[in-house]
Design a protein around this ligand. Structure first.
Ligand SMILES: Cc1cc2nc3c(=O)[nH]c(=O)nc-3n(C[C@H](O)[C@H](O)[C@H](O)COP(=O)(O)OP(=O)(O)OC[C@H]3O[C@@H](n4cnc5c(N)ncnc54)[C@H](O)[C@@H]3O)c2cc1C
Length: 183
């Protein structure tokens, strides 16, 4: 099974399978730790900013992907300013809080923002790719049905719509809302 996140496209190419995936950086940053006060996720689609407080007290601030394909995991000043502006707009008392760090990861995006799960064009090579910007919330259920698929050598019925073929047949699964901040 190919399930290597931002490296999915490259790894599949090594097997001769070209995935309909393009990779974009996604950045996030955290503030210094604060006492617990934010008990929900705050997200604004118009500001492309979301905030959540980690168990360490840091405010984790995220937003949309960078607008260009790239494998670099460098973070940018542009995005720092954009996320800081969005965060202070949503929660003004954050204006004096310091940032601790900012980072980027590689997200493997499909055209409909949904993953590709199930069979590949090669027999016995399975795909769990294209999770892009919202994969960790889906991990438990994805693992369960991919394990079932491999054990039975048959794509689990719930995964059938996630076939790679949907890009050829235009049976797309639009999931833009699942990213919380539109891209
Ligand atoms: C800044 C940022 C913020 C995010 N925020 C959220 C969020 O709030 N909520 C959410 O649901 N998702 C979020 N995501 C997206 C989430 O991280 C991904 O969708 C998810 O991690 C994808 O899971 P995966 O198992 O497909 O890939 P990964 O989690 O990337 O796992 C792939 C694994 O494969 C390994 N690997 C790579 N190459 C090889 C190889 N050749 N051989 C063996 N192993 C290899 C890697 O080391 C890695 O451990 C965020 C991503 C970023 C970058």
């Amino acid at each position: 099974m190919i399930a290597v996140g931002g490296m999915n496209y490259d790894k599949a190419m090594k097997a001769g399978v070209e995935l309909p995936i393009r990779c974009y950086p996604l950045q996030a940053m955290v503030t210094q730790p604060l006492k617990p006060w934010l008990h929900t996720l705050v997200s604004s689609v118009s500001l492309h900013t979301n905030l959540v407080q980690s168990s360490r007290g840091e405010i984790v601030i995220g937003g949309g992907s960078d607008p260009y394909q790239l494998y670099s995991t460098r973070s940018t000043l542009d995005m720092k300013e954009h996320l800081a502006e969005g965060a202070v707009h949503l929660i003004p008392f954050l204006h004096g809080v310091r940032l601790l760090r900012q980072w980027a990861g590689t997200t493997d995006m499909t055209a409909d923002y949904s993953p590709i799960m199930g069979a590949s064009p090669l027999s016995n090579l399975w795909l769990d790719c294209g999770w892009g910007t919202w994969g960790f919330k889906a991990t438990p259920v994805a693992d369960k049905y991919m394990a079932q698929t491999i054990a039975n050598q048959k794509v689990a019925p719930i995964l059938e719509p996630f076939t790679m073929e949907r890009f050829a047949t235009f049976d797309l699964l639009n999931e833009m809302g699942a990213t919380a901040a539109s891209h």
